[in-house]
Design a protein around this ligand. Structure first.
Ligand SMILES: [Zn+2]
Ligand SMILES: [Zn+2]
Length: 150
């Protein structure tokens, strides 16, 4: 996953700034989680984080993720509560969608063809206008069963 900031150094600056906005510090534990999210390139589970960062207790990892989510840095990707995964917020990466396996929780990032995205945006704009609603973005997560689980 490429980041909108271009370099990871810029990303860390943005993360630090957003955390400061909610009176939180960019601690070593949070920095390690962000580094993992960048290098993984796909949404990660608490289990993935525990495997990659054995020195970080799960309870701390979960707390860090909740704070990072509150600061608008991380978002939750979930087929159901059992399989919650986390990824960098879309404005820090790029617009994409997910294929979610309801059997094992695997998440596959997918980018839809530009023409389809344009059609979705236009259609949503029309639906929103009819409701005097101002649409900012959309999410489309596809639920199903992955190749390994089929
Ligand atoms: Zn699966
Ligand atoms: Zn889209």
């Amino acid at each position: 996953m490429t980041t909108a900031q271009g370099t990871t150094g810029d990303l860390h600056g943005v993360v630090e700034h957003r955390l400061r906005g909610i009176d939180q510090r960019y601690t070593a534990g949070r920095r390690a989680i962000i580094g993992l999210l960048v290098s993984a390139g796909h949404p990660v589970s608490i289990g993935d984080i525990a495997d990659s960062l054995p020195g970080l207790p799960r309870s701390s990892a979960y707390r860090h993720l909740t704070d990072l989510e509150a600061a608008g840095i991380v978002r939750r990707v979930t087929a159901n509560d059992e399989f919650t995964r986390f990824e960098l917020a879309e404005d820090l990466t790029e617009h994409h969608h997910h294929l979610l396996c309801v059997s094992c929780g695997k998440v596959i990032d997918v980018t839809l063809p530009a023409g389809f995205e344009q059609a979705v945006t236009e259609t949503i704009g029309q639906l929103a206008d009819a409701e005097s609603f101002q649409a900012h973005s959309h999410r489309l997560d596809v639920l199903g069963v992955c190749g390994a689980c089929r």
